[in-house]
Design a protein around this ligand. Structure first.
Ligand SMILES: [Zn+2]
Length: 273
């Protein structure tokens, strides 16, 4: 999404996970699990089980019992409700924790709830390793919210970083196959057999070079004048290295410079087999 304002300045909504100028993560996840579905135990009519796998009680550890909220058929029920009140206790049977310090809890109604297939939903905060919202990444690659309530807009180097990552990570075009970056099709391939780290490096270099050529062609058209901070001048380097602690993770890093002389670092991880 972009809009041209005046002659040169344009913006895009920010979906970056890493701030290109500080290399710090942005958009940290609160690990909030919203309206996860639960069913009540067949036998005791009190204990909740995760609807997606009824062998479990809670799907994930609860991080902060005060933040747990429960709904029955769309209506919130508080823990002190005379009919549908509930409490949280440690789940003694759970043994599949990601980390040994993870503690699982169970939610139980104080009195049996004998509703016919009631829709029970639970919202709570969990820990990063169990978060379905950020898939345990810790950050969200979603539109970033501004304090004003809208979405954060980005311009200049940050926009160039976002555009570069989009070009590398998501590009596909049935009509201009030369503009396509094959990187997405590499995910999950067998490293060393179907794919090498040099292939990844080449794909990223080619994608950035193509993007640079398209920008240079655009720059010759007066109506498509771009901010010099949104244009690739040089591709300084592209590296793809196997993570020393995890042979299925490739760390990809690149640095491009803008026509204003500033540098824009790009980096991401990809998973192979
Ligand atoms: Zn999360």
């Amino acid at each position: 999404m972009s809009l041209r304002r005046g002659h040169k300045l344009s913006f895009d909504y920010n979906v970056l996970v890493i701030d290109p100028s500080t290399q710090q993560p942005i958009g940290a996840c609160d690990h909030q699990q919203s309206f996860e579905r639960y069913v009540v135990d067949f036998n005791d009519f009190r204990t909740l089980h995760y609807a997606g796998n009824t062998a479990l009680q809670m799907r994930a550890p609860i991080n902060g019992q005060a933040m747990v909220r429960v709904w029955i058929s769309g209506e919130e029920v508080f823990s002190n409700d005379p009919t549908y009140g509930w409490s949280i206790s440690v789940d003694p049977n759970r043994v599949d924790a990601v980390n040994s310090e993870d503690v699982f809890y169970q939610i139980r109604f104080n009195l049996p709830v004998r509703l016919v297939v009631p829709l029970i939903e639970v919202s709570y905060l969990t820990t990063r390793g169990y978060c379905l919202k950020c898939s345990a990444l810790g950050v969200l690659n979603d539109f970033k919210n501004a304090a004003s309530g809208g979405f954060v807009q980005i311009t200049q180097q940050s926009k160039l970083a976002q555009k570069g990552l989009k070009w590398i990570l998501t590009s596909q075009c049935a009509f201009y196959p030369t503009f396509v970056c094959p990187l997405k099709s590499y995910i999950g391939k067998k490293l060393g057999i179907q794919l090498t780290d040099a292939d990844i490096q080449n794909a990223v270099t080619t994608a950035l070079t193509t993007m640079q050529q398209v920008q240079q062609a655009q720059a010759t058209i007066p109506q498509q004048m771009m901010d010099p901070l949104e244009m690739i001048k040089d591709i300084k380097y592209v590296t793809a290295e196997i993570d020393p602690s995890d042979p299925t993770t490739i760390q990809v890093a690149a640095e491009i410079t803008t026509f204003s002389g500033t540098s824009v670092p790009l980096s991401f991880q990809m998973m192979v087999n």
